[in-house]
Design a binder for this molecule. Structure first.
Ligand SMILES: [Zn+2]
Length: 287
């Protein structure tokens, strides 16, 4: 009798286990993003049903990036690629074509007039309010591709964008006491960031990344520092130039680091990136 029961149980367990392993595993929707902030938006909105893929490796700049075969492999099976657009990540076009991915969505087409008014400046994500608009495009796209989880994506979007705005508003308050709000950036990555946080990106070293400033431009930057207009120059982890050292030696300007992309330890999410940058600004500009 006992033997019979054991056999029955074993048989039952076998059928049960077989049943489980035969069941097709839930397949996540693979969605790629060109730069880290967009990747983080996709990750937060997509949650359990999306596998986000980041194309631009941490530490690289989208302005100087050239994709490799490895980047192509990562993209295999992606249903959509989210891009920033406005010339920041055009290298993705060739990559998408090679990987056979037809759906490419720029999260910024709604900002065309703003970008035009800023000489084509593509760094929209650095303004947290614009970031939530970008998230909306991601929400709509994911909901269209995977309508079964529309409500889920919508809930994530609401919670996530609320969190971005609350974080940003609190950070803004932290800068209230700053008097001199001028800074020099390495390249115009913080223009929209400065607009949101009430700061002033008074000059940049490289207007176009990779193109060094002319001697005349260097002199005019150095004069801003010598005249006491600006005390801080922000360099970046992804781009560099010896000109920064030259200006530092010539003028004694305070050189600190701001990061427009994140994706590394300590700023491994978009909100952590905002916190990092605002803290850097606060420390560099106070007194
Ligand atoms: Zn940039």
């Amino acid at each position: 009798m006992i033997k019979k029961v054991i056999i029955t149980i074993t048989a039952f367990l076998m059928i049960f286990t077989a049943g489980c392993s035969n069941k097709p595993e839930h397949k996540k929707l693979k969605a790629a993003a060109t730069i880290f902030p967009i990747y983080d938006f996709v990750k937060n909105i997509g949650g359990n049903f999306v596998e986000p893929v980041l194309i631009l490796p941490a530490g690289s700049s989208p302005h100087t990036f050239s994709p490799t075969v490895k980047d192509l492999k990562n993209l295999t099976g992606a249903k959509v690629i989210f891009t920033n657009g406005f010339g920041l990540d055009e290298w993705v076009n060739k990559l998408a074509k090679s990987a056979g991915i037809k759906k490419q969505v720029s999260i910024n087409t709604q900002f065309k007039s703003i970008v035009d008014a800023h000489n084509g400046n593509p760094h929209l994500w650095m303004n947290p309010e614009y970031a939530t608009e970008e998230c909306k495009v991601i929400l709509n796209t994911l909901s269209k591709i995977d309508p079964a989880h529309k409500d889920y994506y919508e809930r994530n979007y609401k919670e996530y964008t609320k969190n971005i705005l609350e974080t940003a508003e609190n950070l803004k308050k932290e800068l209230n006491s700053l008097k001199n709000r001028n800074f020099i950036a390495f390249h115009p990555a913080y223009t929209y960031f400065a607009e949101y946080f009430g700061l002033n990106e008074i000059a940049v070293i490289e207007r176009t990344p990779g193109r060094e400033p002319t001697p005349k431009e260097i002199i005019s930057i150095e004069n801003l520092i010598k005249n006491g207009k600006v005390k801080v120059l922000f360099k970046e982890p992804q781009l560099s130039s010896n000109i920064v050292n030259t200006i530092e030696e010539d003028t004694g300007v305070k050189v600190e680091t701001l990061d427009p992309l994140g994706g590394v330890n300590g700023r491994d999410s978009y909100t952590e990136l905002l916190i990092y940058d605002v803290e850097k600004v606060k420390q560099a500009l106070k007194k």
